[in-house]
Design a binder for this molecule. Structure first.
Ligand SMILES: Cc1cc2nc3c(=O)[nH]c(=O)nc-3n(C[C@H](O)[C@H](O)[C@H](O)COP(=O)(O)O)c2cc1C
Length: 164
């Protein structure tokens, strides 16, 4: 798919089939995330956790009575270690968008999940199970799976001003 086609096709999907994505698809998505630009080239300050274990997903789902990750079969958490330059959010967002576009290109559904991060950070037990190295903090979460519903992408606009 041409890059702009994937960009235009990307949409947040909030209904998924109970079917796992393939390892080959996951691998491509992860590779795309790893190719993201990272401030000061500190790839070693980033970490990606792939959660596909049904019991652990259920545990996260049970942190609230709302299905905040829409029962996606794969949940990816991007974590970062802040080296004092405060780029952890920016870096994580770059990794996220690369993964989202690759997943879209593969025909998968995705949803960026901010609410999941807040809940995971609040729950020491779940946070511990992520088994992150010291200093790493979960920053962003991505749900990926096979869309159970066709969602028409919206055309979004952001105001632009020009200084020519
Ligand atoms: C940083 C960030 C956090 C988000 N958190 C959530 C979330 O917790 N739950 C959710 O359903 N969607 C979440 N979204 C998706 C946005 O609501 C969505 O991208 C936006 O409404 C535009 O719709 P579209 O993605 O379908 O084009 C998040 C998006 C971003 C970029």
């Amino acid at each position: 798919m041409e890059t702009f086609e994937a960009i235009k096709k990307r949409v947040s999907v909030r209904e998924y089939f109970d079917k796992q994505i393939s390892d080959a698809e996951l691998e491509k998505v992860l590779k795309a995330g790893m190719q993201a630009p990272i401030g000061r080239g500190k790839y070693y300050d980033m970490h990606i956790t792939v959660i596909q274990n049904k019991d652990f997903l259920k545990k996260i789902d049970n942190l609230t009575d709302r299905h905040i990750f829409y029962q996606t079969p794969t949940l990816i958490i991007v974590s970062a270690r802040d080296d004092g330059h405060g780029l952890d959010k920016e870096n994580s967002a770059c990794v996220m968008e690369n993964m989202i576009l690759e997943a879209t290109d593969l025909g998968l559904g995705t949803v960026y999940l901010n609410l999941v991060i807040g809940l995971i950070k609040e729950n020491k037990d779940v946070l511990k199970e992520l088994n992150l190295e010291d200093g790493f903090v979960p920053i962003a979460a991505l749900g990926i799976g096979y869309s159970a519903k066709e969602v028409e992408p919206k055309v979004h606009e952001i105001e632009v001003s020009y200084i020519k």
